[in-house]
Design a protein around this ligand. Structure first.
Ligand SMILES: Cc1ncc(COP(=O)(O)O)c(C=O)c1O
Length: 461
């Protein structure tokens, strides 16, 4: 049930790749938990998603491109909504946001968490009901907060004393009483990459529980009486498999809830335990289904409320990666193949770190498969790399691909729905790929391909 983000990039041992990576019996086989649910390999050996072949999709939309299995995304929204039936499920827009996804999230009855003025703009432009929005961020500007107030955003998650002062003043001016949560740093070391762990003391988010800042923030908001304090929030990190971190977080936040009750006679009605649920990127990952996560987290919350004699607060969660991550794969075309004797084969594709920064940034592990055809050749250890002028421009560190992989081949990388397009860049002036939704035998562009003209349009010098 565990995954370790830190791959064996620097420690791999020659032509065998990391210990967990097994040479597959059948190099064409698809590992079910890695792919969106409508993806199949046809008898002709071509991958299909939503009833459309990747060769047709590549012909129509080009490569590189992100392909979103719309039925898969909707099913994951439903899985979380049904599993956490008594909770408000916020889709974390930071994982991937565009108007089409906002509408799907709305239609599936989820809430939406945004963390910048830009994400708020996308949500409102897609007509998402503001009362079902949560607004996050460790440094929300006055204008962002004013826009959130004007729009009537449902929950603003406070992250600093400066923000309390800023929002209190804006609310007084506007004669409004926005509902807020206080983000608590619970001091949990989440078992994940340091850059996506967010609840240990030495990081930028939230009010420290151990240091007393969280209690002080709550009493300050209650004293002012301008902001409507609904509850507490905690987000311990991302790509987490081990729910013990959520257990500690729930215990500590509910402990603070009891402390506030005892000190102020106020029993806060809400508890938001954030997101962070891990997904499968490789065969070493074994994520828990939403139903299991819900059972465990509800059990934890019930036990802690009993221990503290607290009314059970209304629970919220904020999954991003686990909702959109597995619903998307990236399709690339192979440009060059280079064998480094005795070590591995480098397969260069027409994208790279500009469309998927996670391998370079977090040493993330990914998988890949030949998508436009099947092969009878034996597997070889390959590294799928990008076209950028950067040796760290790696998409898939270690994967077995057929020995006859060649220029012109299509290669698909699953699990790229989260933190790929949303973190994409124009490094080396490479335009960002489109996002194409596929369903019932049809495809539609939901984010169009960026062009060099788009980049030049910004270049006004
Ligand atoms: C406050 C908050 N909520 C939710 C999320 C979503 O996390 P994940 O995509 O891992 O579910 C994040 C991610 O960083 C976050 O910072």
């Amino acid at each position: 049930m565990r995954a370790h983000e830190a791959g064996a990039l620097h420690g791999d041992i020659g032509n065998r790749g990391p210990a967990w990576l097994r040479s597959p019996e059948d190099v064409n086989a698809l590992v079910p938990q890695l792919w969106p649910r409508t993806v199949v390999r046809t008898d002709e050996g071509v991958l299909e998603v939503g009833g459309v072949s990747v060769t047709d999709l590549a012909a129509e939309h080009g490569t590189p491109a992100y392909f979103l299995d719309e039925d898969d995304l909707r099913a994951r929204c439903r899985d979380f909504k049904e599993a956490f039936a008594d909770a408000d499920v916020y889709y974390a827009g930071k994982s991937f946001l565009c108007k089409a996804v906002v509408r799907i999230v709305d239609e599936e009855g989820l809430f939406l968490d945004v963390c910048s003025g830009g994400e708020l703009a996308v949500a409102l432009a897609a007509g998402f009901p503001a009362e079902r929005l949560g607004f996050h961020g460790n440094n929300k500007s006055v204008s962002e907060l004013r826009r959130a107030l004007d729009a009537g955003v449902g929950r603003i998650i406070l992250d600093s004393f400066h923000e309390i002062d800023r929002l209190t003043e804006l609310a007084r001016e506007a004669g409004k009483r926005p509902a807020v949560l206080i983000r608590v740093t619970v001091g949990v070391e989440a078992h994940t990459h340091e850059f996506i762990a967010t609840a240990h003391e030495d990081q930028k988010f939230g009010f420290s529980l151990a240091g007393g800042a969280a209690f002080e923030a709550a009493t300050r908001v209650l004293d002012d009486g301008v902001l409507d304090l609904r509850g507490l929030h905690s987000h311990i990190g991302s790509q987490i498999f081990d729910t013990s971190g959520f257990e500690v977080a729930a215990r500590r936040v509910l402990g603070l809830q009891a402390q506030i009750r005892d000190a102020r006679g106020v029993e806060l009605a809400e508890l938001d335990l954030g997101g962070g649920f891990g997904i499968a990127y490789t065969t070493q990952d074994d994520p828990s289904p939403a139903s299991d996560l819900a059972k465990r987290i509800n059990k934890i919350v019930d036990a802690e409320c009993q221990a503290e004699s607290l009314q059970r607060p209304k629970l919220s969660i904020e999954p991003g990666r686990a909702v959109v991550g597995p619903a998307v794969f990236t399709l690339y075309e192979v440009g060059t193949v280079k064998n480094v004797d005795g070590i591995r084969t480098y397969v260069s594709v027409d994208g790279g770190m500009s469309d998927n920064i996670r391998t370079a940034l977090y040493d993330a592990s990914y998988s890949a498969t030949l998508a436009g055809r099947a092969s009878t050749e034996p597997p070889i250890l390959a590294r799928v790399v990008g076209k950028h002028c950067e040796s760290g421009d790696i998409v898939v560190k270690d994967e077995f691909l057929p020995a006859d992989v060649q220029p012109g081949d299509l290669v698909a990388v699953p699990g790229t729905g989260a933190y790929c397009r949303s973190m994409a860049s124009n490094y080396n002036h490479v335009p960002r790929p489109p996002v194409v939704a596929v369903r019932d035998g049809a495809s539609r562009v939901i984010v169009r391909r960026e062009t060099e003209d788009d980049l030049l349009a910004l270049d006004v010098g």
